[in-house]
Structures are given as structure tokens and as C-alpha cells.
Design a protein around this ligand. Structure first.
Ligand SMILES: [Zn+2]
Length: 258
């Protein structure tokens, strides 16, 4: 793959993350039931014709199982500084998840400035901790101007009612491809983050949905957030269950813990 192609792809992915309208592109339809086939789905307009090839041949794919006995604990990682803001509520049902669209909010990691593009939900969790999953996982997706991606993952476990999650459930359209906007309601992604934002696992991985592009730095928070059993049931029964990619091989990657 040429440098130009990689650059173009990076920009395309970032544009896709930023622009909800990009959901209407003509890339091949994919499902979680057939994730082993993602890499060989064909789009004749691509050259080569497999737009999701990286899902199959990539060596730094996500999600992974985090073995807490095999992570390298270090303070020698850039501090994460989360600077999210409340935005008018906009929720898209994109056929694979519920996505909350965001127009402002930043993430500073070291000297890098990332913009928060959107956040969305997987049920059950995609990452595992010591082989154990959680009922849900939230992904906060960020990009830099030059197309680098960082995703913060937060495990959601069964517990107390979560008012911020309820706003999203109340607004979410049931029809795939639809977006609900509610300018009168503010959604604040800060309220879906754990209190402890200092401690996380980090590793180099990929998007967990086609096209599975690598070059994504993952930050999996160690502290979880909660939602009630009823809220989790509502997400699973009304929207998405099993919208989670299976565990990918580490292939020699080492996870760091801050
Ligand atoms: Zn995700």
C-alpha cells in the first residue's frame, strides 16, 4: 500500500468518524455474525478489491484480552488530560451501534491534541480483563488533524441507574440509519467516564469494525462505570446485542499500565 493510499485512508477514516453523513457510503455490508469474513468482503471499486483486508491480515488488531499479570506498570507514559464538553444530544442508530455525535471536546495526551468525534456502545464488552468481559463497553473515539486515532474504552457493569446513559437510550432512534437530535437536551460525556482517569491500560491496536484500520492507540480505563440491569436490558433487547468483535491476537504486543 502506497504512502498516499495510507494517508488518504487515514483522512477518510477520520472524516467518517467526524461526519455522521458518511454512513451512507457504498462499502460492503458487514455483520458481527460473519466477522471471520470481513477481510474477504468484496468491493469491485477498490483496488485491490478487499476494502476490509486489514481485518484479516492486520497484526495489531483490536480488541484484546488484558492479562493484568502481564502488563508493564509505568509512570513513564504521557499523562491523559480529558477536556470534554456538553453538546446538544445527537444519537445515530448506524445499524451496528448507537453512536452519540459530538461537536466539541478534546483529549490531550502529551503534546498531541485529539478532538472527540463520537462515542458508542458495544454489548457485551469487546475488551476483556483477565478473560472476563463486562455487559457493555463505551468507546470514545478521537482523532488528530493529521488522522491519528485514539480511543478511550470504559467498561460498564451492572449497578446503579445511570442518568446520562438514560438520556441516550431515551433519544435513540430504533430505525437503523436514523439520527435523533434534541437541541434542548445536553449530553455530557464527562458523566460517562469513571472518576479515576489516571489509571488505564494502553496498547497499539485497530478499529474494531471494518475497515479495521491500525494506528489506533487504545486507552482502556481500569475503573468501570455503572448502569442498571434494566438499562442494560433495554440496550440489548431494543438495540444491539452481540455487537462485539472477538478477541484478537497480541502478536508480541505488550500492554502498558499507567
Ligand atoms: Zn467501538
Amino acid at each position: 500500500m502506497s504512502a498516499k493510499r495510507i494517508h488518504t485512508l487515514g483522512l477518510a477514516v477520520f472524516a467518517c468518524l467526524l461526519a455522521p453523513v458518511a454512513d451512507s457510503h457504498n462499502d460492503p455490508h458487514w455483520t458481527y455474525d460473519e466477522q471471520k469474513k470481513w477481510g474477504v468482503l468484496v468491493d469491485p471499486t477498490y483496488n485491490p478489491k478487499f476494502p476490509y483486508a486489514e481485518c484479516a491480515i492486520g497484526q495489531k488488531q483490536s480488541p484484546v484480552n488484558i492479562d493484568s499479570t502481564d502488563v508493564h506498570k509505568t509512570d513513564d507514559i504521557d499523562e491523559m488530560n480529558i477536556d470534554y464538553a456538553a453538546n446538544p444530544l445527537s444519537v445515530t442508530n448506524n445499524g451496528h451501534t448507537l453512536r452519540v455525535n459530538v461537536s466539541s471536546g478534546n483529549l490531550h495526551i502529551g503534546r498531541n491534541l485529539y478532538s472527540l468525534a463520537q462515542y458508542h456502545f458495544h454489548a457485551p464488552s469487546e475488551h476483556h480483563l483477565d478473560g472476563t468481559g463486562y455487559p457493555l463497553e463505551i468507546h470514545f473515539v478521537h482523532g488528530t488533524e493529521d488522522g491519528r486515532l485514539a480511543v478511550i474504552a470504559v467498561f460498564m457493569q451492572t449497578g446503579e441507574f445511570n442518568p446520562e446513559f438514560q438520556k441516550i437510550l431515551d433519544a435513540a432512534p430504533q430505525k437503523a440509519g436514523a439520527t435523533t437530535t434534541d437541541d434542548a437536551t445536553l449530553s455530557d460525556p464527562n458523566l460517562l467516564l469513571p472518576k479515576n482517569r489516571k489509571n488505564f491500560y494502553t496498547y497499539a491496536g485497530s478499529l474494531t469494525t471494518p475497515p479495521c484500520n491500525e494506528g489506533v492507540q487504545w486507552y482502556v480505563m481500569t475503573e468501570t462505570v455503572q448502569a442498571s440491569a434494566e438499562q442494560i436490558e433495554l440496550f440489548i433487547n431494543t438495540y444491539y446485542r452481540n455487537n462485539a468483535r472477538g478477541e484478537q491476537r497480541l502478536n508480541g504486543r505488550h500492554l502498558l499500565m499507567h
